[in-house]
Design a protein around this ligand. Structure first.
Ligand code: SF4
Length: 100
C-alpha cells in the first residue's frame, strides 16, 4: 500500500516539477520585454561579429530585471543557449563515444 502512495506522490511531484520547469511566464515581467529588445540580442551565434557587444547589452538589461533568477534557472534546466538571467549559456561540448 505504501508503495502505491510513494509512486502516486512521486508522479505528482514529477508533474509539478515539469510544469515549473516549462513555465516561461516570467518573461512577461522581464526587462527585455519592457524595453522591447530583440531576441537576437540574447540568442545568437557566438561567431557573430558583434557577439561581445550583444552579450554586453543583454547582460546590462538582465542586471535590471526582476525575474533574473527565474530566467537563469529556466535556461539552465532546459539546456538553452544565449544570455539567460544575465549569464551566457551554451551547450556542453559533445562527448565522443568513439574510442581511439
Ligand atoms: S533576465 Fe534578462 S533575458 Fe531573462 S527575462 Fe530578464 S531581461 Fe530578459
Amino acid at each position: 500500500m505504501s508503495g502505491f502512495r510513494l509512486t502516486w506522490v512521486s508522479t505528482v511531484f514529477l508533474l509539478r516539477l515539469f510544469v515549473v520547469l516549462m513555465d516561461d511566464s516570467f518573461r512577461d515581467e522581464g526587462e527585455c520585454q519592457k524595453r522591447q529588445i530583440p531576441v537576437s540580442v540574447f540568442v545568437h551565434d557566438p561567431e557573430h561579429p558583434a557577439h561581445e557587444d550583444l552579450v554586453w547589452l543583454a547582460k546590462e538589461t538582465c542586471r535590471e530585471c526582476p525575474v533574473q533568477a527565474e530566467c537563469f534557472l529556466f535556461g539552465m534546466k532546459n539546456g538553452e543557449v544565449g544570455v539567460w538571467g544575465g549569464a551566457w549559456l551554451e551547450l556542453p561540448p559533445e562527448t565522443s563515444t568513439d574510442k581511439p
